[in-house]
Design a protein around this ligand. Structure first.
Ligand SMILES: [Zn+2]
Ligand SMILES: [Zn+2]
Length: 283
């Protein structure tokens, strides 16, 4: 019998040891999964955050779900202990809890950090941090030292105030609720990138997520949105996609069409979530 091959890939790494995971040089995926039941299955979703480290400064993209703050903080501290640049910026794609639920705690724990992006309304919840909020418009860039972080067009937007982010050096797109899909804990998908989770049916989980979380996709022509996504990916020359709820995408050409297939399929189906809830209430 041949010797077992040496551990060479993330697939051989226990789930608990996969995070924080460097998905591109200096871009770290941090955070934890959230389990949700739907149609008798347990779906896992991420409410991920990403730390982008420049030579002089790091930026945190998203803060994770409120429950995830201890994990996010532990992962960040591990990375700072490894010597990455201090946290000077926090960018959240929009004001929903799974994206910005740790905002106050991040600003409290990192008194040097500024909140950047579309900062509408945050001062109402955190008036004590209003002087640390800075507006970004589409195309604005923040210099991190050796790389910049840019606010870019949010093609799939959950709220009016949504912006997507982009790392100009490794060409990593941070699309918030774009490319949202769940994964299966039982299949060992946690902590894997989309291309490693070979048993994950991307069109199926993408359409389920759109059905449950992005109701407006039922009333829009998703062909137009998918064309616009292709346009953005080509214009920015995107090489890696780091979604908040999905697994990171490292092969844009192969994987993006599968997610788009799910979005287009979901748009053609009636909304199921509300009907299920109505049945449950009646029974
Ligand atoms: Zn979301
Ligand atoms: Zn998981």
């Amino acid at each position: 019998m041949l010797d077992k091959p040496a551990i060479t890939s993330m697939l051989d790494t226990p789930v608990a040891q996969r995070m924080p995971r460097e998905i591109a040089p200096g871009v770290f995926w941090i955070g934890d999964c959230l389990a949700q039941r739907h149609k008798g299955k347990v779906y896992h979703g991420y409410n991920a955050a990403f730390l982008v480290a420049g030579d002089d400064a790091s930026i945190l993209v998203e803060t994770g779900h409120p429950k995830d703050f201890p994990v996010i903080e532990r992962h960040m501290n591990e990375l700072f202990a490894r010597g990455i640049a201090p946290l000077k910026y926090l960018f959240v794609t929009h004001q929903e809890t799974p994206h910005c639920g740790g905002l106050g705690r991040v600003l409290k724990t990192h008194p040097e950090a500024l909140l950047v992006g579309d900062v509408s309304d945050y001062h109402l919840a955190f008036p004590q941090y209003e002087h640390r909020m800075r507006w970004m418009k589409e195309g604005d860039e923040i210099d991190l030292g050796g790389r910049t972080f840019m606010a870019v067009e949010p093609v799939i937007r959950d709220l009016r105030t949504t912006y997507w982010g982009f790392d100009t050096r490794e060409r990593v797109l941070f699309p918030g609720d774009g490319f949202a899909y769940s994964h299966y804990h039982e299949d060992g998908h946690c902590g894997l990138v989309a291309e490693e989770a070979v048993s994950l049916d991307l069109p199926d989980v993408s359409s389920t997520f759109a059905d449950l979380a992005l109701f407006w996709t039922k009333f829009a022509d998703m062909n137009a949105y998918c064309d616009r996504l292709d346009h953005l990916i080509a214009r920015l020359d995107v090489r890696v996609i780091a979604p908040t709820h999905g697994l990171p995408i490292t092969d844009v050409k192969t994987t993006v069409p599968k997610v788009q297939e799910g979005l287009k399929a979901a748009a053609l189906m009636p909304e199921t979530g509300t009907n299920e809830k109505a049945q449950a209430a009646a029974s």
